[in-house]
Design a protein around this ligand. Sequence first.
Ligand SMILES: C[S@@+](CC[C@H](N)C(=O)[O-])C[C@H]1O[C@@H](n2cnc3c(N)ncnc32)[C@H](O)[C@@H]1O
Length: 353
Amino acid sequence: MESRLSHYVSKMIRCNWNIFLDFRCCSGEVTKNMLLSHCRNLTKIIAVDVQPAFVDFAKETFGHERIEYMGLDITEKMNTKPAQYCSNRPGNVLECIDSRLSHYVSKMTGSNWDVVLDFGCGPGDVTKNILLSHCPNVTKIIAVDVQSALVDFAKETFGHERIEYMVLDITEKTPSQWSKMFDKVFAFLSFHYVRDVRKFLNILHDILKPGGYFLSIGIASAPAFSVWLEMSLKEEWKQYFIGIEKYIPVTHVLKDYCNGFKKLAKECGFVPIAVTSSLESVIFDSEKQFIDFHESVLPEEIVKQIPLENFDKFLDDYRKAFQKYEVTYNTDGTFAVQHTVLEICLQFENTTS
Ligand SMILES: C[S@@+](CC[C@H](N)C(=O)[O-])C[C@H]1O[C@@H](n2cnc3c(N)ncnc32)[C@H](O)[C@@H]1O
């Protein structure tokens, strides 16, 4: 191996020896004892391996000040989703959340703004830039998301002394100290992930103070969900879309969801202040923004499986599948896609007053 390395190093002429990568370094023996001695002017070797046990061993046994060992599968697509989602989200979606929030905040009378919960906070920009500004006297916002990559991003990028980000699936179990702790619970674009609505309402009932409010501004139906279902039927892509149904909200297929939801909310001890759906245009500035945004919202579980070399073809087919849905092209190059927005505002019945 050493002689082949010498041979090829002698051929690598038009390039520096500043920093390079050793892919699948295993125990680190070859990295330190062979590779390092062949690149004398090097600043750093980054040596990666998918198995953490190898990385630990390499660090301990073949460590060197110019070698950085790390656990990584470089064949996997890096998780760049949070930044991609934030920078490509259409501006009018944020304006819609902001204006709907203003509207409902003015209706949330008779309850404090001490501790509030943001359910499904994602990358945290809505929590910090929109929610926080609507509750200036809040002591604490607890912002939860089930995806740890998003919570890490939120802490780093949208941290604030009055926001506590944490990884939690609140549809499963909540900490016992949360009992009757929250004045309000908010869900922005996250309620459609809830599968068992009755169970979720019971959890809200446990964690809200009497007289407290739940507000969700979310999506009832979106062309993207139809495209996911369509891709799941295509020969070329169906293997990656197995189980996609769990990401499609029931509101995407059910008609007249609002009345059924109001009835259920009342049964669970809530007063429906509003449960309404309306058509809204989501405006994209360019094809690139459109495709980058949709890539960022595709379930990670699916994206991860698509081989990197097929990814561009996948995105192309995805864009084509989208064309038959309600897309309106404007003369200024922007285009609008129709979504059904679902607004839910409930008050937890204050039986003590
Ligand atoms: C479309 S994103 C919206 C993020 C953010 N609220 C916003 O408006 O930008 C929905 C988020 O809900 C999170 N989520 C889904 N189910 C959840 C659950 N059971 N518990 C906590 N977070 C959940 C997802 O991980 C995702 O980040």
